[in-house]
Design a protein. Structure first.
Length: 533
C-alpha cells in the first residue's frame, strides 16, 4: 500500500531526490533494481507536485502491454487517485480529476501503436519499465507529444525501470553510461537535458517484504545482479554473466576482470588478433601472457571505413616495437574481394610479419571465453592413495632414499587448487573498455524452430571486438603449453643483455649466450613462433 495507516504517503530519500528534479531538465530516469518503488513513484508525481489540481494537465503513464496495466497499474492507481476525488473510465483508461486534469494509462505493444497518441498534448510522459519499450517508442512519444501551452504546467519525461528487456542497451547508453552513479545533469544533442537517479530495494526497505528480498537470492546469477543490485552489466539472457568490472560484497576479491594498467615486462610474449572489416569496424586486440598463464588485454585499436594501407601503419608501429609471437586474423580474410591478393596476403605484406588465419569454431571460442572469465575454483577430486603405512615408508627410505620417501609422504597431503583465476584481465582504458562493453552485450541466438536452445552468441552490430577476442584467446591457449619455457628464455636473454649493457664485457656476454643455447638444446625447447611463422 502506498499510504500508511494514517493515510500519508512518505517518499524514501531516493524518491525525494527524483521528485525534486527541476522541470528545466526534460528527461529523468529512476533506474535500478526491483522493489525500489518505481511504479508508485511515477503514479505519485502529479499528486506531489499538485498538477492534478490544474485544468488542462495531462499525463500519459505507459506500460508495454494492456494486461500489465489491467493487472498491476489500474489496481495501484485506484489506491491513490480515488483519495483525491478522481473517477476512472475503463473504456478510455483515463482518470479524471475534479479540476479536469487527466491521467491516461496507455500501452504501446508494437511500434506502430505510437500513432494512436498523435493528437495528444502531454505535459508529463511517464513510461514505466522503460526497458520493455523500444527506443523508437520512447523518442516518438517523448519528443513529439510532450509539450505545454500553459506556463503553469511542465513538458517533461519521467521514467523508471530496471536492467534487462529489449530496451536494455539503448536505456543504458542514454541514461547509465554517461554517469553510472547518477545525480549529474547530462546534456545531449540540441541541448536536451536528462539526469539519472539510481535506486535498489535497499533504498525502499521500509516498504519491502523481507521474504521478497530473500527470494532474489534464488535467482540465476545475472538476473540476481540485475534485480538485487540494479547492475546494468547483467541481465537475463546475457551469455557471459560471470564477467565482472567491479567487486560485489558477497563475492571474493578475485572476481574481477578489469584492472588498472601497469607496465608490462618486455619479455612477456605478446599476441595480436585482427577482426578485419572495412564497412564494419576493424578490431585489433593486443594481449600479453604472464608467467602465471594469464592473458592481459592491454591495447585495442579500432578503425572505421579505412583501407588496409590506411590502418596497417598504425598497427605495424607496435608490431615492430613489441615483436609479437603470434598475429592472427579472422578466417574471412582468406578471400580476394576483387583484388589479385587475398586480404590475408595484403595484411601480411602491410605488417611485414607472418599472419595466420584464426579458428572458425564460434561455439568453441565462446566456451573458451567462459573458461578464461571463470573466477570460481573448480572442485578438487581427492586421490585414493589408501592408508598411510609407516613400515612401508621406512622400507622406501632404506631402499630408495630420501627423495622417494618424501614423495610417499607428500602423496597423502590434501590436493590444493592454487590456480590463478580468472585467467583473463582487461586494462581499464577507454580503448579496451570497448571490448568489455561488447562482452556484456552478448546474448544467445534465438531458439530454432525445433525449440532447442542455441549455444552460440547472436551476431549483432558492433560485435567485431568479441570476434577478435575469440581469436586472441585461441592464440593464447595454444601458446600456454610452451609459455613458461619460452618466457624463461626471454627473461634470461634480457638479463644477459642488461648485464652486458652495464659491463660491456663481450667475452662474458658470448659465454652466457652459449650457455643459454646449450641448455635449450639439452631440454629440446620447441619455439612457439617457429610453429606458426
Amino acid at each position: 500500500m502506498p499510504f500508511n495507516s494514517e493515510g500519508v504517503w512518505k517518499a524514501n530519500l531516493r524518491q525525494e531526490k527524483f521528485l525534486a528534479i527541476p522541470d528545466s531538465i526534460r528527461e529523468a530516469g529512476y533506474l535500478g533494481g526491483a522493489g525500489s518503488g518505481k511504479s508508485e513513484l511515477l503514479l505519485m508525481i502529479p499528486i506531489v507536485r499538485g498538477w492534478y489540481k490544474i485544468a488542462g494537465f495531462k499525463q500519459l503513464f505507459m506500460r508495454r502491454s494492456f494486461p500489465e496495466l489491467r493487472n498491476e497499474i489500474v489496481p495501484r492507481s485506484r489506491e491513490i487517485y480515488r483519495k483525491f476525488g478522481a473517477t476512472f473510465n475503463k473504456t478510455d483508461m483515463c482518470w479524471t480529476f475534479e479540476s479536469g486534469a487527466l491521467i491516461f494509462l496507455g500501452h504501446c505493444e508494437n511500434e506502430s501503436d505510437v500513432y494512436q497518441y498523435d493528437s495528444m498534448e502531454v505535459n508529463l510522459f511517464t513510461p514505466d519499465e522503460i526497458t520493455s519499450l523500444t527506443e523508437f517508442i520512447y523518442l516518438y512519444v517523448g519528443f513529439t507529444r510532450v509539450r505545454s501551452s500553459n506556463k503553469e504546467l511542465p513538458a517533461i519525461i519521467r521514467t523508471a525501470g530496471m536492467p534487462g528487456g529489449i530496451g536494455h542497451s539503448w536505456v543504458r547508453k542514454r541514461f547509465i553510461d554517461p554517469y553510472p552513479s547518477g545525480n549529474k545533469k547530462i546534456v545531449g544533442k540540441g541541448g536536451n537535458t536528462r539526469i539519472l537517479i539510481t535506486a535498489t530495494l535497499v533504498d525502499n526497505k521500509e516498504h519491502i517484504d523481507p521474504a521478497y528480498a530473500q527470494s532474489l537470492e534464488a535467482l540465476p546469477e545475472a538476473e540476481k545482479r540485475a534485480k538485487k543490485y540494479g547492475d546494468w552489466n547483467a541481465y537475463s539472457g546475457q551469455v557471459f554473466d560471470e564477467f565482472r568490472d567491479k567487486n560485489y560484497p558477497d563475492e571474493p576479491q578475485n572476481a574481477l576482470h578489469v584492472i588498472p594498467p601497469f607496465d608490462i615486462p618486455s619479455w612477456w610474449p605478446k599476441i595480436v588478433a585482427i577482426d578485419w572489416g572495412y564497412s564494419a569496424m576493424c578490431s585489433v586486440g593486443w594481449g600479453a601472457i604472464s608467467p602465471s598463464k594469464r592473458l592481459y588485454v592491454y591495447r585495442h585499436q579500432m578503425f572505421f571505413g579505412k583501407k588496409i594501407e590506411e590502418w596497417a601503419p598504425e598497427v605495424s608501429y607496435f608490431v615492430e616495437r613489441e615483436k609479437p609471437e603470434d598475429v592472427v586474423i579472422c578466417h574471412s580474410a582468406n578471400q580476394h574481394r576483387g583484388d589479385p591478393h587475398t586480404i590475408l596476403e595484403q595484411v601480411t605484406d602491410a605488417l611485414g610479419v607472418s599472419v595466420r588465419l584464426g579458428e572458425r569454431n564460434r561455439v568453441g571460442g565462446k566456451m573458451l571465453l567462459h573458461e578464461y572469465l571463470r573466477w570460481r575454483a573448480k572442485p578438487v577430486m581427492q586421490r585414493d592413495v589408501g592408508t598411510f603405512d609407516n613400515e612401508l615408508a621406512l622400507v622406501i627410505l632404506r631402499n630408495k632414499g630420501v627423495e622417494e620417501y618424501n614423495k610417499y609422504l607428500k602423496s597423502f597431503n590434501p590436493i590444493s587448487n592454487n590456480e590463478e583465476i580468472p585467467k583473463l584481465q582487461f586494462f581499464n582504458t577507454p580503448d579496451v573498455k570497448v571490448i568489455c562493453d561488447t562482452i556484456k552485450a552478448c546474448v544467445y541466438e534465438k531458439s530454432g524452430s525445433d525449440g532447442k536452445k542455441k549455444e552460440d552468441v547472436a551476431e549483432f552490430q558492433g560485435d567485431d571486438s568479441y570476434d577478435m577476442l575469440r581469436m586472441l584467446l585461441h592464440g593464447a591457449d595454444t601458446f600456454f603449453g610452451l609459455a613458461l619455457e619460452e618466457q624463461n628464455r626471454l627473461k634470461r636473454t634480457e638479463e644477459i643483455v642488461s648485464k652486458f649493457t652495464q659491463t660491456q664485457d663481450m667475452t662474458q656476454y658470448y659465454r652466457s649466450m652459449r650457455q643459454l643455447e646449450s641448455q635449450e638444446q639439452t631440454k629440446g625447447v620447441s619455439r612457439y613462433h617457429s610453429r606458426i611463422h
